[in-house]
Design a binder for this molecule. Sequence first.
Ligand SMILES: NC(=O)c1ccc[n+]([C@@H]2O[C@H](COP(=O)([O-])OP(=O)(O)OC[C@H]3O[C@@H](n4cnc5c(N)ncnc54)[C@H](OP(=O)(O)O)[C@@H]3O)[C@@H](O)[C@H]2O)c1
Length: 242
Amino acid sequence: MNKSAIVTGASSGIGLAVSRILCELEYEVFGFGRDFTRDETVSFAEQSAGFHPVVCDLLNTQELCDAVKKTVKESEVCVLVNAAGVGYYGLHEELNIKQIQTLVRTNLEVPLILINRLLRVLKKNKGYIINISSITAKQSSPHGCAYAATKAGLTSFGNSLFEEARKYGVKVTSIHPDMTATNLYRDADFTCESEPESYLEPEEVADMVRYILSLRDGMTVPEITIRPQLHRIRRKQNLKDK
Ligand SMILES: NC(=O)c1ccc[n+]([C@@H]2O[C@H](COP(=O)([O-])OP(=O)(O)OC[C@H]3O[C@@H](n4cnc5c(N)ncnc54)[C@H](OP(=O)(O)O)[C@@H]3O)[C@@H](O)[C@H]2O)c1
């Protein structure tokens, strides 16, 4: 069986860029997401024989566990990249309950469940768990308190799991990207500034995955933080602005 990887959020942004790199590295990539109909995802999927889109709502736990079970049966999973995530921002009292639940479930519960389901296989394969956390895990984040809390939880979990799993050969890394030019800010009243010095490209975040996988056996990087040179955001005139 070919070595394979599971990537959540593979239909867009950072997860899609990570999937590209893993395909280049000749992994069979099982990319979990809901909507694979966006132009760039369609053209990537068409050109990459090693990419297998798995249409799955990660918040449907039964659907998620069934899809993982099927993937593990079909392939030798060596890499799990948790990239799926949602962002809701604003004063905390302005978030609605559904948004808070979706943040906690998507950004924290789903990676914990996936890792729980895959850890035995990853121990057997001396594999990699790479969580796309966020710079907000490392600092206070007004107007993003709930989002940042989910990411701090994910990083905390990753650091504990690193210690728990290291003796089994499993490598656990949390990546903390700053502002990255993706669709994450679709519902926010701000987005990336236009100067390239003020944001990261999803491919640059994905390159960290390439770096992690390039390290010699016996060396690991538990945390990576990457930031653009400048700290700038752009306020949207209205929410439909990109
Ligand atoms: N952009 C940034 O500035 C930034 C900075 C730091 C960290 N991050 C983190 O990077 C990760 C990737 O985000 P991104 O920036 O690439 O944003 P994005 O382009 O909006 O991608 C988010 C991905 O998550 C998937 N997803 C969300 N909810 C899902 C669900 N219920 N079921 C299945 N898939 C679901 C989406 O799939 P569908 O669209 O198919 O539903 C999409 O593929 C997130 O964890 C985010 O928190 C982003």
